[in-house]
Design a protein around this ligand. Structure first.
Ligand code: SAM
Length: 169
């Protein structure tokens, strides 16, 4: 079970990036995303994708992130450019019930002490979407991207154009 915790979401400014965090989490093999700020519109849009494209991915917004971190029973990883190198620590990260934390702007300093691992996907600043995608891909391997979601809409890979099959048609 892999859960992504998105901190610092500001509905007016971060809607697009947080949507991308959630969609990337789902597409790259996570099971759920938790967002620190309540945002019903974001929930609706992600649930709409799950309804159309399938799978059991869950979203919850407005979560008490400190409580979640304090009570989490599995492994907690914070993705941050200040952390240890991914290549060095990945083999040592226990994978049972994994919580992966990504920020928006500056994250609270206490977060660094609330997790088991502070992990850098390269030590340069970039994006929570890129960091999450690379981390999940390295963690789960290429097979995770190829798995079936079995939803009403299925994309048939095509060299040109859009080939979308709707079940029942
Ligand atoms: N200056 C901010 C800070 O102090 O963390 C950077 C914010 S960055 C736009 C948003 C999020 O992207 C960060 O909270 C972190 O989760 C992720 N991120 C950015 N660069 C990263 C890197 N090199 N490795 C891992 N995560 C990164």
């Amino acid at each position: 079970m892999i859960t992504v915790l998105r901190l610092g979401h500001r509905p007016a400014r971060d809607k697009r990036v947080t949507t991308h965090v959630a969609l990337t989490a789902r597409a790259f093999g996570a099971d759920a995303v938790l967002v620190s700020t309540r945002d019903p519109g974001l929930e609706r849009s992600i649930r709409g994708v799950v309804r159309r494209f399938g799978g059991t991915f869950r979203i919850e917004t407005g979560v008490a992130w400190r409580r979640i971190l304090n009570e989490w029973q599995g492994t907690k990883v914070h993705l941050t450019m200040y952390g240890e190198r991914l290549e060095k620590v990945l083999p040592r990260i226990a994978r049972e019930d994994l919580l992966i934390v990504v920020g928006a702007e500056k994250v609270p300093r206490e977060l660094f002490d609330l997790v088991d691992w502070n992990v850098a996907v390269g030590n340069q600043p970039h994006s929570e979407v890129a960091a999450l995608a690379i981390f999940l891909d390295r963690l789960l391997g290429p097979a995770a991207l190829g798995r079936e979601f079995a939803g009403p809409l299925r994309i048939r890979p095509s060299p040109r154009g859009k080939d979308v099959v709707e079940s029942g048609t």
